[in-house]
Design a protein around this ligand. Structure first.
Ligand SMILES: NC(=O)c1ccc[n+]([C@@H]2O[C@H](COP(=O)([O-])OP(=O)(O)OC[C@H]3O[C@@H](n4cnc5c(N)ncnc54)[C@H](OP(=O)(O)O)[C@@H]3O)[C@@H](O)[C@H]2O)c1
Length: 185
């Protein structure tokens, strides 16, 4: 959809994990600086997209339009539990149909995970904002993208035509940074 800008957001451990072995984001991966960055990005977004287990849980969450991926519907349907949400099964309908039902045809879309959802948009990101916590390891955790840890998250993004931009510090004490990976072609 020409009018939509698509950005991805994740924070990963040094070994490329976004959650622990129980598929829960561990406290070790939660940093105030990254939370501030992520919150302000979502406050600017027109639409949030995520899998059924990846709700961002922020004070402004109830105000945001969102598309939730689930096999619980055959195509697209309003979410009976949230007037601002649309349920989407990509096997039955395209992203455009989900955006139509959400009433969003232009503006910024934030893709916030989990791994299968990130993968689905890998060739469509305008920018992927990769936050990294280099002093945290999550052995046996859930990799942020399919193909990790055989390849690093950076290698996966580069293989999909994205290039690293200027690194921003989010938490100097813990070495946490965010890097925009932008599409160049
Ligand atoms: N560190 C970070 O920045 C970060 C980012 C994102 C997530 N996380 C954490 O990582 C964990 C991710 O959980 P998760 O692996 O369960 O991923 P998830 O994508 O949040 O949820 C998976 C569920 O989404 C639905 N889904 C995903 N892909 C689908 C598809 N192609 N078609 C239809 N439905 C689809 C399915 O729901 P149904 O079962 O209803 O069919 C599936 O069970 C969470 O704990 C989350 O908090 C961390």
């Amino acid at each position: 959809m020409a009018g939509l800008r698509i950005d991805g957001y994740v924070i990963v451990s040094a070994d490329g994990m976004l959650a622990n072995a129980d598929r829960v984001m561990p406290d070790q991966l939660k940093f105030e600086g990254d939370k501030r960055f992520f919150t302000s990005a979502l406050d600017r977004a027109d639409l949030i997209v995520h899998g059924r287990n990846s709700h961002e849980d922020q004070p402004n969450s109830p105000n945001r339009k969102r598309i939730v991926l689930t096999h619980g519907v055959s195509a697209v349907a309003p979410d009976p539990s949230n007037a601002k949400a649309v349920l989407w099964n990509p096997a039955g309908a395209g992203f455009e149909a989900a955006c139509d039902l959400a009433g969003v045809h232009s503006g910024a879309v934030a893709i916030i995970g989990g791994p299968q959802v990130f993968a689905m948009f890998m060739d469509r990101y305008d920018t992927f904002w990769l936050s990294e916590a280099p002093r945290v390891r999550v052995p046996g955790g859930e990799p942020c993208f399919p193909g990790v840890p055989a390849r690093t998250p950076r290698q996966v993004l580069a293989a999909h035509g994205l290039q690293a931009g200027e690194v921003q510090n989010l938490d100097s004490a813990n070495g946490v940074t965010v890097t925009p990976w932008r599409r160049t072609r």
